[in-house]
Design a protein around this ligand. Structure first.
Ligand code: 5AD
Ligand code: SF4
Length: 458
């Protein structure tokens, strides 16, 4: 049997797309390979968000070129596909720079992979960078229950693709195209199939997920909040999450959903990007730092224990030290549970790349270090505050050591639970006993309760 290996770079949308590409090639008779060396078909699902991410692809392609040559010498042919956002942005240029590549396919057309692969194997290299999302979602195959189960207890479902926001630093509106919301009925069908296959947590994803406005089964336009309410009603669902949101689209009904829908987890990833209004304006973010603060207050009023996370960019063109300090201040005031932060990376074709006053690399490095140190301290503080709390944990898999189980709190913290028998997919109530740099430790609640009860009885 032929084998395929898919390597995913970048965001959750790519993770989802990689899963669906695996379904597409599985239908074409490819089993999953453990490594590229072992594969007849290698797909790199690429990310174009920052220069570093895009460059990684070319170094990997260099390695694959050598591998393809070695395999060919022993009579085994390899087909190499570049998919994702680099494919969309660079198209045929990829084959020019890396002639070992056989197929280039964008995020809007990977449902046509079987034909492209067939053509490539008949020596016709192909490039397909059309945005055909409607056709794509209508024709992608459904994974089998066994394939779903093999992927764990948590799954992504794309509800919306593309972005119309045009932040001045960002390639996404160009690589993922205009915003498109899938019909709610199709999303619910996909979620139902995942739940039937054993999935217990569904994360609704989209580049601008809270801008979702899809057609509902009732013929009306559904908001993300309405969609979440419907997903919460599906049998078997335990947890719902959504990402990534834009502050401008954080509507009242979505904020309220955090108060009213128990399955909706108290976690919100809401990129703020910067703390200076001048920079936010230059970024074309269409919100001020105070609007962001007030929005966080509204979410906290609806759901006081909500864990917040953000994305930040340091060294946007023209950013002064004082403006950077406003980012530090904003982040410190809010106290994020987790965050991602990046050095500004000029992307070809985006307006910010043409601004003359780029911040020198050493200044960007220094700012990133300071911001990351602060964000990391806040993350650790958030984790330490969990110690002693009784929390629900969704069990995902066996832990590192015998007798341990691995799972997640509602706040997306990784937990190692000791002394409990439970299956992946179960939600158990535990007491948090300690923290490690990247996870929490927990024990069954009863163990903690037993001691005081005995004392009382005596
Ligand atoms: N440079 C650095 N970071 C960027 N991001 C998007 N574009 C760029 C860029 N050109 C960051 C933003 C976004 C996250 C996914 O990546 O913070 O929210
Ligand atoms: Fe990029 Fe801005 Fe759209 Fe997010 S909202 S994908 S940062 S353009």
């Amino acid at each position: 049997m032929k084998k395929a290996f898919i390597k995913s770079y970048g965001c959750q949308m790519n993770v989802y797309d990689s899963g669906r590409m695996a379904d597409v090639v599985a239908e074409g008779g490819y089993a999953e390979a453990a490594s590229a060396e072992d594969a007849d078909l290698v797909i790199l699902n690429t990310c174009h968000i920052r220069e570093k991410a895009a460059e990684k692809v070319y170094s990997e392609l260099g390695r694959l070129r050598d591998m393809k040559r070695e395999r060919s010498a022993t009579g085994r042919e390899t087909t190499i596909v570049v998919a994702g956002c680099v494919a969309q942005a660079e198209g045929r240029e990829i084959i020019r720079r890396a002639p070992a590549v056989d197929v280039v396919v964008g995020p809007g057309s990977y449902h046509r992979l079987p034909g492209l692969i067939r053509d490539a194997q008949a020596s016709r290299k192909g490039v397909d960078a059309e945005f055909d999302q409607v056709e794509k979602f209508a024709t992608l195959p459904r994974p089998s229950a066994a394939r779903i189960r093999s992927r764990g207890v948590s799954a992504f479902v794309t509800v919306q693709e593309g972005c119309d926001k045009f932040c001045s630093f960002c390639v996404v509106p160009y690589t993922r195209g205009a915003e498109l919301s899938r019909p709610a009925g199709a999303i619910l069908d996909e979620a139902r199939a995942l739940l039937d296959g054993g999935i217990r947590e569904v994360t609704l994803i989209g580049q601008n997920v809270n801008g979702y406005h899809g057609e509902g089964p009732d013929g009306r336009t559904w908001s993300l909040a309405r969609l979440i309410e419907a997903v919460a009603g599906l049998p078997g669902i335990r947890r719902i999450r959504y990402t990534t949101s834009h502050p401008r689209d954080m509507s009242d009904d979505l904020v309220l959903a955090h108060a009213e829908i128990p399955a909706l987890m108290p976690y919100l990833h809401l990129p703020g990007q910067a703390g200076s209004d001048r920079i936010l304006k230059a970024m074309n973010r269409r919100h001020t730092a105070d609007e962001y603060r007030r929005l966080i207050e509204r979410v906290r009023a609806a759901r006081p224990d909500v864990a917040l996370s953000s994305d930040f960019i340091v060294g946007f063109p023209g950013e002064t030290e004082a403006e950077f300090e406003e980012t530090l201040r904003l982040a410190a005031e809010i106290g994020f549970a987790a965050s991602f932060s990046f050095k500004y990376s000029p992307r070809p074709g985006t307006p910010a790349a043409d601004i003359a006053e780029q911040v020198p690399e050493p200044a960007k490095d220094e700012r990133l270090q300071r911001l990351q140190a602060q964000l990391e301290a806040d993350r650790q503080a958030f984790n330490r505050a969990s110690v002693g709390q009784v929390l629900d944990v969704l069990i995902e898999k066996p832990g590192r050591h015998p007798g341990q189980l691995n799972g997640k709190t509602p706040y997306l913290q990784q937990v190692q639970v000791t002394g409990l028998a439970a299956e992946p997919g179960e939600v158990v109530t535990v007491r948090i006993t300690g923290t490690a740099p990247n996870s929490l430790f927990a024990e069954p609640v009863e163990a903690g309760r037993a001691a005081p009860a005995l004392v009382e009885a005596a």
